[in-house]
Every structure is written in structure tokens, then in C-alpha cells.
Ligand binder design. Sequence first.
Ligand code: NAD
Length: 423
Amino acid sequence: MPQAPLPDEMNVYQNAEARFEVAAQKLGLEQGLYRYLKYPKKEITLYIPVGMDNGQLEVFTGYRVLHSTVRGPGKGGIRFAPDVSLDEVRALATWMTWKCGVVNIPFGGAKGGIICDPRKLSKGELERLTRRYTAELADWLGPERDVPAPDIGTGEQVMAWVMDTYSMHVGEATTAVVTGKPIELGGSRGRREATGRGVMICCDKALAKLGIKKEGCRVVIQGFGNVGSLAAQLMQAAGYKIIGLADVGGGLYNERGFDVPKVIDWVYTQKKPLPEFPGGGTKMSARDVLFQPCEIAIPAAIENQITEQNAHQVQARILCEGANGPTTWQADAIVDSKGIFTVPDILGNAGGVTVSYFEWVQDRQGFFWRESEVNDRLLDVMESAFDGVVRYAEAHKVNNRIAAYMLAIDRVASALKLRGIYA
Ligand code: NAD
């Protein structure tokens, strides 16, 4: 197997590849399977014309990468952000394949993105952008082909537009083409909280493993969107003490602990900046929040937050990754050498895709479950995935991240061997 050069630290695709290389090597993956799994199945670049509110025509660049359909349809979010790139979408698509493998659900991996700043677009502009992107991809998407979901900068409304546009193209209401939809449109109960809930389940398991008490356990969270704010809310309600919060506007640290529902109200109802939350606390950069003394640090915002330059500053006992790719390949070794227990992203944030899977199942059945049923099934899947990864790490004497990759690659490679190559 050829040795890949060391990754450029901030290139997420190279970071994903570096972990794949190590895991494939340790697994002794056959050359042919290695080549097959290393590259995506398909990459699409789109130039999307949109009539803007001021009468001008703008053209946006968008991507959809299908990494694997070996174990089922492609699955993965759509990201709207100014710094989206093909390499980033490719990395995220690859991670989706491994994530679905780790939690053992019958999906492959995919991801999409559009280079735009959704905060600067009107609702009408966002809708036209989403619809044209979906229309251009109509032949590639589908409940049995590729099923998008929300990611940074997209949410339930964008998913509703995707569902409607696709349905108009195929001439029938197709709820299962996308997940993370509003409940009224075939969304699943519990999907909105699912990623944050999955993060909490992993933290509960990690505490039990390390013999740390939950009551008063100090947690810092970077990112206050879908994943971060809901993880904070659920964890506080469960007895954790949330002492650090951050979003794109900066961070706030308060060792007495935050009243999370009040912070949610401040940020989401009153639309005020998180670092200005009244009631005290020390303002700091969004990144520094991750380096405060605590038991658990949860990066739940964007990539490349814990790097070779700053990894030595992490003081947490547990690093539970809610975001995709928050820790660089170079930082892994430093985090390991400090004895920090890591829950890698492809396990830590897999609660979202797990409940997306439940949503897809419910849409195809046309039969919807109670929220408690969704949450119970999520708990089952996450606990057994966590146990599987930790057992694998101990048995093979690798860290949790490489164990998660090995477990997932092995599952996809076994399925591929059974299917064989169509020629
Ligand atoms: P979101 O758009 O709802 O929230 C993102 C949050 O990150 C916001 O609070 C934003 O202010 C903050 N942020 C952005 N840039 C920042 C920066 N430079 N420093 C600090 N904070 C910053 O997105 P989300 O859905 O919560 O996704 C967050 C992460 O979790 C992403 O990596 C995403 O890929 C991953 N993820 C999301 C889901 C899901 O179900 N939403 C599932 C799996 C993984």
C-alpha cells in the first residue's frame, strides 16, 4: 500500500485520508479494496444561476460528492457556507461512509455544499438557490440513490424545499428523498435533537468508562447551532454543568455554569450575541473556550479547531467531537499523549444520521413513531456503536479514532467483497 504524504494540516480531505491510510494499513486491506474505497464514486460541480432580489443574476458554485453506495444509498448533509470547497465536501462525504459504517446503518456516504453566506441572502434568494441546486441534481438524488440532510447553514425549511423540488420533478410526493424535514412533511420526532442527544449518550458512556460522576461534571461546548445548543440543553437537564459556550461571535466562560434555556432564548428569540449574555462570565475567543479546565470538551462548530499548535492546551479528560473534523491529524498524537479519552466525530456526532435513518424508514413505511421510541432506538444504536469502538480499540491496541475507522472500513469492505465488481 503506498504511503500517503503527511497531510497539509488544514486540508480536511488530507486529514480524512491520513486516518484512512493508517486504518487500512492496520486492517491489512487488500490493494484493490483499498483503491476502491479511497476514491469517491462520483463528484459533481454545479454553477447555479439565481435571480437576486435586486434584479441581478448571480451564479453560485455548488457540489455534491457521492463517496459510496456499497451498503445503501448515499447519505449526507448539504452545507451552505462561504468557505465550502470541493476538498471539504469530499472529506465530509467520506466521513459519512465511515460514520454509517460505525453505527451500522444501511447507507453509504455523500455530502453537498454551496459556496454562499446564507445570513446575507433573503428567504426568497435562499429558496431559489436551493430549488435550482436540487433541480440540477434531480437525476442523482432519490430515496434509493442519495438522500441529503441539513448541515451548517441549512435546516428544516431548506430540506422542505429540497423535498418539494424533487417531488415536482418526479411527479410524486417523495418524502424519503431528504431527512431533517419539518415533522408536518414526514420529518421524524427527535431528529432536531438527535445529534446533540447522540453526543450526550457518548459522554454518558465515556464517564461510565472512566468512572467519573455526571453530577456537576464540567463541560465546555464550542458551537451553539443545532448540535451545540441542543447538546448543551440536554446535558444540563441531565445534570452536567455547562461552563463554556461559544459561537461564531466569540466565547463565554462561567465556572458557576450557564442556564442553557436562558442562553437559547437570548440567542434565538431575542437574537442577541452569545458573548453578551447577561449574568456574567468571562469573554474569550470561541477557540479558547475549548481549552478551559473541564472534564469534557465538545467542539460542535467547524473543522480544524484543535491543531498541532494548540492541542497541548486541552485540559479536558474527554474530547467528544460533535463537529466533523474538529481535530487535525497532527493534533491526534498530542491529544493521545495527554491521555485524553477521545470520542471521534464519526461516532460522536452519528446520532444525527441515525435518526435520519429512522426518518427515512418511517417515510418509506408511511408510519410514524413516538418520540420516546425514536430516542430509545437511538440510545440502543449509539451505546452499541460506542461499546463496539472501545472494544475494538482495546483489542487492536489503537486509539478510538483509528478503531472507529477500522471497524467501518471493514464493514464496507466486507459488503463490497460480497457484491463484487460489476463489469
Ligand atoms: P449550525 O449551522 O446549526 O451551527 C453552527 C454553529 O457553529 C453556530 O453556532 C455558529 O455560530 C458556530 N460557528 C461557526 N463558525 C464558528 C467559529 N469559527 N468558531 C466558533 N463557532 C463557530 O450547524 P450544526 O448543524 O450545529 O453543525 C455543527 C457541526 O456539526 C458541523 O461540523 C456539522 O458538520 C456537524 N454535524 C451536524 C449534524 C446535524 O445533525 N446538524 C450532524 C452531524 C455532524
